[in-house]
Design a binder for this molecule. Structure first.
Ligand SMILES: [Zn+2]
Length: 136
């Protein structure tokens, strides 16, 4: 079994334990890094990955910015205002770029901690392999 050190007391504990059996401290996040990454790539432009990891403020900000870009785009198109349309598109592209950048950070583990500063869980490889076997 793979083990890791508890961030609170330093005891060796199984890799995916969320609560340490020695000090009862919360030693890891209860969220998966891989899931956060998928959220970032698929729905990151509305901040879903940030909501998932507990960064509520950041998630709300991202959702607001994207909604705003949509409003600019729709109003711009409806009123035939090139400036508003272009502005909406630029903000929207920034939203996408931000989400993809954060997705890449999660992928490369540059970003691997949740809102509480706890390390995100790793999807156990075994489970993935078992899932593959089941599918085959
Ligand atoms: Zn501990």
């Amino acid at each position: 079994m793979k083990t890791t050190k508890c961030t609170e007391c330093g005891a060796e504990i199984p890799l995916n334990y969320i609560v340490c059996p020695h000090c009862k401290g919360r030693c890891r996040s209860n969220r998966f890094r891989q899931k956060a990454m998928i959220f970032a790539f698929c729905l990151g432009f509305v901040g879903v990955h940030n909501f998932y990891m507990g960064f509520l403020g950041k998630g709300i900000l991202e959702a607001c910015v994207f909604t705003l870009s949509l409003v600019f785009l729709i109003v711009g198109l409806a009123t035939n205002t090139v400036f508003l349309t272009a502005f909406g598109i630029v903000i929207m592209l920034c939203s996408f770029a931000d989400a993809i950048t954060e997705g890449v950070f999660l992928y490369t583990k540059k970003w691997s901690r949740d809102h509480f500063g706890k390390k995100l869980l790793e999807q156990p490889k075994q489970e993935k392999e078992q899932a593959k076997l089941k599918r085959a």
